[in-house]
Design a protein. Structure first.
Length: 299
């Protein structure tokens, strides 16, 4: 396949990037398309941002040009850039992603960093439970931060757990993975010890919020990990609260990503279960994290 068939004007970097902007700016905006170019050149050619900016008169070979062509076509279909590249960088870990799991977001990295800072110095024997683990990104990042910790990660999806196990292995982390439905399967509770930390990024997007979401999310990320019914939006938080009633240490910590529109309701739920919740905002100043500890008067 020659460059004419690939629709690029030439194999010069400048012309490649120009076509990306020409084709994709109406969909994504110029700034995001520039980031796509940086990510693709780093993933496919090993170029960092500085080299890309200073090498626009250089050429790429036919093999790399073909890969860039198909990346452009995928982006026009709004396939996520992370799926095209095959991984994301999350808290210094390389996390493989695909349609079976949610793509880890920067907001979730913030939550992990908050947890790490909150648990320093760490308890002498740290047991961590990650519910709705998906790609395993939270569990893996926490295991990296606390190598001596015992980390258990739970998900309902066999496909997600298979990917999470691979991610754990490729990042050199030993994590206990368990398939279970935290909404209905209470049998796995009996396997659990007491945890110092229970963390989760559970499904929390209400069905009535679906229409406002972007196609690249709706078409390529699992609805099972995203959506909850409008009339029972806190179903996963209710299950997590019940589990924490049984398995969170008296001085333990709950750290949960939340729907920004439901912060007050989520706090009220955990208050009813004898926890003291506090909302923390993300870098966009949106309610993103509820951190909760058992009340000293809790039975």
């Amino acid at each position: 396949m020659n460059t004419r068939n690939l629709r690029f004007r030439s194999n010069h970097v400048r012309d490649i990037l120009a076509l990306f902007h020409e084709e994709l700016d109406p969909l994504y905006g110029s700034g995001e398309v520039a980031v796509f170019g940086e990510m693709l050149f780093e993933a496919f050619l090993g170029w960092d941002r500085v080299r890309l900016l200073t090498s626009k008169d250089q050429t790429v070979n036919q093999s790399d040009l073909l890969r860039l062509h198909w990346a452009l076509e995928d982006l026009k279909r709004q396939r996520p850039i992370q799926h095209i590249i095959g991984h994301v960088d999350f808290c210094g870990c390389r996390i493989a992603v695909g349609p079976e799991v949610l793509i880890p977001r920067p907001e979730t990295e913030e939550i992990v960093n908050w947890i790490v800072n909150s648990l320093n110095p760490q308890p002498s024997a740290l047991n961590i439970l990650d519910l709705c683990t998906g790609s395993g990104c939270i569990a893996i990042a926490l295991k990296k931060a606390f190598p001596e910790a015992d980390v258990t990660a739970v998900d309902i999806s066999p496909a997600a757990l298979a990917l999470a196990r691979r991610n754990a292995e490729e990042n050199g982390t030993k994590i206990n993975f368990l398939q279970a439905d935290i909404l209905s399967d209470d049998r796995f509770h009996s396997r659990f010890p007491t945890f110092n930390l229970i963390v989760s990024n559970p499904p929390y997007v209400r069905e009535n919020e679906r229409a406002a979401m972007q196609r690249n999310v709706l078409d390529h990320e699992p609805g099972l990990a995203l959506f909850v019914p409008d009339d029972d939006a806190l179903r996963f938080y209710r299950a997590i609260a019940r589990l924490a009633d049984l398995h969170l240490a008296h001085d333990g910590l709950l750290a949960l990503e939340i729907n920004e529109a439901l912060g007050a309701d989520t706090c009220a739920l955990f208050s009813q279960h004898g926890f003291i919740p506090q909302i923390h905002k993300d870098f966009r100043n949106r309610d993103r994290l509820i951190a909760a500890r058992p009340s000293p008067t809790r039975p």
